[in-house]
Design a protein around this ligand. Sequence first.
Ligand SMILES: NC(=O)c1ccc[n+]([C@@H]2O[C@H](COP(=O)([O-])OP(=O)(O)OC[C@H]3O[C@@H](n4cnc5c(N)ncnc54)[C@H](OP(=O)(O)O)[C@@H]3O)[C@@H](O)[C@H]2O)c1
Length: 351
Amino acid sequence: MQRLNVAVLGAGGLVAQRLQQRLASHPWFELAAVAGSPRYLGMALDDVPWVLEDERPSLPPLNVVDVSSPNDVQALAKEGVCVAFSALPSEEARRLEPMWVEAGITVFSNASAFRRKDGVPFVIPEINPRALVEQSAGTLRHACATNCTLLPLILPLAALNEAYGLEGYTMRSEQGLSGGGQAYMEAALAEGKVKPTIPGEAEKTEAELRHLLGWHGEATLDCGRTMRRDGHHVFVEATFAGSMDEEGVEQVLSAWSHDRRMSHLPSAPHQPLMLAPTIDVKAHLFADGNGFPQSPNPATERAAGMAVVVANLRCPRPNTVSFEAFSHNTIRGAAGGVVLLAELAHSMELL
Ligand SMILES: NC(=O)c1ccc[n+]([C@@H]2O[C@H](COP(=O)([O-])OP(=O)(O)OC[C@H]3O[C@@H](n4cnc5c(N)ncnc54)[C@H](OP(=O)(O)O)[C@@H]3O)[C@@H](O)[C@H]2O)c1
């Protein structure tokens, strides 16, 4: 596989640094540029404050360039940078990602700005990988990963929908503070309390699920924040056209998970779903599809934090399943997910 020169859009944010961490020693992608806002412009990457709890990985000797400068972007394109991973806030993404695309650099975005827009594939590799080809007509220019809350909800529901025909669901979430970004998380940790509601999150999550599954049933979502650094936990009850029992549901989830392994991609979990009796939000944060590594190094243990844990499965009625699910929001729900998407595109020779 040809190694590609890539840029990260964002220098000191949570997702930007998760991306730098995952790209520091990636076998297919070489971190060749970091482009940021004015706050760290020109600064050596090693001097940009490191905001993740894990150790700062050994990063290449780069200085932060201007994410909004057409000259900087064109210079990077000339130097051979052909992929950019965006960790920009949505407003900046809307304004700046097209400039990177126009310079000939394929943008993989974590921001919501271009999700569900025509011509910009919106993809979860295990669910709709063909959308990369169908919507990009040849060389891929721009693609989006999903919202972090959606991952623990949609992976099990996609499997169950295929087997039983999803008719409706309710979901309540308890989302880690890092989902709100670095400044939000630090303020909540310092204050020791958090505003429990997340405006707009339920609507966004519901719309993304409908789009990805092409589904039109009834849904009620209630998204909330909780006093925990990382990890999004969802509590789901879903009704189906077909009937089921707990053993059958476990078999369906296990078979789907086995079938959707993407072991040819460096960031793929060993399996996307893991079944457990209950969720342990500390022990399960870095689920990798085989087990639950404790304090892994995400720069080299790429599967860690990429699996969704499904637990507490019940069938209270013959056509109804309730379960909980949990995943790492800045890994599976952001940086890890978008790098996995780029790996899929590269493996399909779309870059
Ligand atoms: N946190 C999550 O769990 C998660 C999950 C999925 C998707 N996302 C999405 O990922 C994106 C980044 O989220 P985050 O959690 O990393 O937020 P964050 O910690 O608040 O970081 C914000 C990032 O935005 C950049 N930025 C801020 N103002 C800018 C400007 N005026 N021009 C250019 N860049 C600017 C910053 O770049 P500098 O460091 O260079 O200043 C920084 O990297 C958002 O779109 C978010 O919705 C986040």
